[in-house]
Design a protein around this ligand. Sequence first.
Ligand code: NAG
Ligand code: NAG
Ligand code: NAG
Ligand code: NAG
Ligand code: NAG
Length: 622
Amino acid sequence: MPIYMQSRSPPKHFRRHGRRNCLIGIVVLIVVAAAITVPLLLTKRSRSRESDTDPDLGTTDRAILGHNGSELTLGDGTSMIYVNPFGGSWAYDPTDPFAPGGQAQEWSKRVGENWVWGEDVARGVNLGGWLVTEPFIVPALYEKWLTNSNNITVSDEWTLILAMGDEAESEFEKHYSTFITEADFAEIAAAGLNWVRIPVPFWAIETRGDEPFLAGACWNYFLKGINWARKYGLRIFLDLHSLPGSQNGWNHSGKFGSVNFMHGTMGIANAQRTLTYLKIITQFISQEQYRDVVPMLGIVNEILFGTVGPVPTQSFYHAAYQAIREVTGLGAGKGPYIVIHDGFQGPLHWEGFLAGSDRVAIDQHPYLAFMDDHSPPEIMARKPCELWATGTNRSQSAFGVTLAGEFSSAINNCGHWLNGFNPEPAGYDCAFWNAWETYDQRTIDILKQVSLAHMDALTNYFFWTWKIDNSTVLGTSSSPMWNYKLGLERGWIPKDPREAVGHCASVLESSQPFDGRFPTTATGGAGAGMLDPTQAVLHAFPPNVMEPSLSDSQIGFLPAYTPTGSMKTLPVPTFTEAPDIDAGNGWTNSEDSQLAYVEIAGCGYPNNWDAVNAPVPTSRCI
Ligand SMILES: *[C@@H]1O[C@H](CO)[C@@H](O)[C@H](O)[C@H]1NC(C)=O
Ligand SMILES: *[C@@H]1O[C@H](CO)[C@@H](O)[C@H](O)[C@H]1NC(C)=O
Ligand SMILES: *[C@@H]1O[C@H](CO)[C@@H](O)[C@H](O)[C@H]1NC(C)=O
Ligand SMILES: *[C@@H]1O[C@H](CO)[C@@H](O)[C@H](O)[C@H]1NC(C)=O
Ligand SMILES: *[C@@H]1O[C@H](CO)[C@@H](O)[C@H](O)[C@H]1NC(C)=O
């Protein structure tokens, strides 16, 4: 029974109570009994570790690993058959929850093994609409409250919660616990994918003032997400999607309206608050229990580059980089990759930015849907290759890890509430594109070409989004070209995403493969963190230019916070079957002593969310 002699115990320091005291005889008995009752497929995995001498026999009557066709127990106690046509395996021992995790497919690294950018390919989906809601992804959640006794005009999560009033908490708990469940993680692995990008709002940590968001509620579900991702072999790109004051004024930033992040009178204060949140998140995900599952952190989703301006945007990126690396230290394996958004400028725009920085990746969100391009579908299907393939590969060599944190198969912006509660766009036959039940084979085939083109052009990607919920008004789901799960079922998403490899070379009749060689610093190699000094000066924080055109001295007088508050710590999960496991304390580096940015007593602050043109003080309040 050599399989039992190889333990999948985690490194010793996770376990407060070893089980070394078991009598060998009892061990042998349990092993024999287990071997009889547990089918081979479902037994502890074979895995060579240094701790082989200390087999953890925990609960040998229950499967802790399985391949295709195995029965598995979900966290809620129900069971299901694990389906994975790609040689993947799930792995989870409830008595040892931080042991190395599952393997999404035979070609993907098991969670716990070292991911190598340039060799390993990230193919993923977003879990959009889950921890940050959007009307077009979860229409039913919004539809129920459009008319409400609080007379609120609902347009975003802020106003949705006000409309729900006392029922907000229960409504959101229901949404979080049903929209994305453990089964989704298993299905994502079965779809041939190995990563998820999870948008997370700042209110996962806290709210301040009159912000109505549910503070901390979604964090509990992110913790579940970590557990499930580990179990099914998926890695998580955590994206800070919604920032204080709003970084883009779009509804998915939490509040529809103005941009108060690095913009306007509260721009610096909101950015300081964000730096605090980025530190708190980094402290959490850099803990050894979680870092293998969450190796990427996106600092700002879709900053409105044109409004905020290049200088303030880059200044904040630099400040966030410093704040995060103060927590993690420098070099491969030290905390997450830091992902910056390209501000819709294309990744090549960022060549040379923060040269020498340690493990900064660039995130592009190329959407055909919003290009107002009315070419026929056959022409649209070529565009991802024509527009993005060579730029993406050049950016990998020139800048570093280049991701498409979002894209979809949509060739137009048709879809229920895709453009807010506005009517559908003119100039497209939206009735046709919305009616996915009646797509003919030709339509499905051409949309599949669109999907393949994106996948190959973007290489390391995250489709937006895994699923679109039904609308109660329509009685079905809308925005089909944004719905990965539906596309898989109906045929416009490939069953095996590797089918896309080489697609653009045949469309373009040429290819320029990326050779896998990033700048050394981009993956934490030689020189990582030796920031080009001119870059450091150029992108100092706070910046010397800010919109709407504030003078140098005015920027100095803007309301600012002071780093003297106590740092919040994100809670760690608890495990009923492993009550003594060391789940960390939420904080990996106690040496990073910077405190939280908070208000300076006695200084007045305008509304964080509505201060673009608030009067700028004529002196600095300290
Ligand atoms: C996976 O398991 C399912 C359910 O047991 C079975 O129908 C299917 O044929 C299996 N597929 C592979 C590739 O083994
Ligand atoms: C909502 O509006 C209606 C009609 O305008 C009014 O009768 C009602 O008092 C309002 N309710 C609240 C809570 O403001
Ligand atoms: C949401 O954001 C979009 C732009 O992203 C905007 O057009 C729309 O009006 C917003 N509001 C709602 C309710 O969706
Ligand atoms: C959504 O609508 C479809 C009909 O298009 C139905 O088959 C499906 O069960 C619905 N899903 C949910 C979660 O209600
Ligand atoms: C870009 O490089 C990848 C290898 O990383 C390759 O698969 C792909 O075909 C290349 N794209 C083009 C258009 O050459």
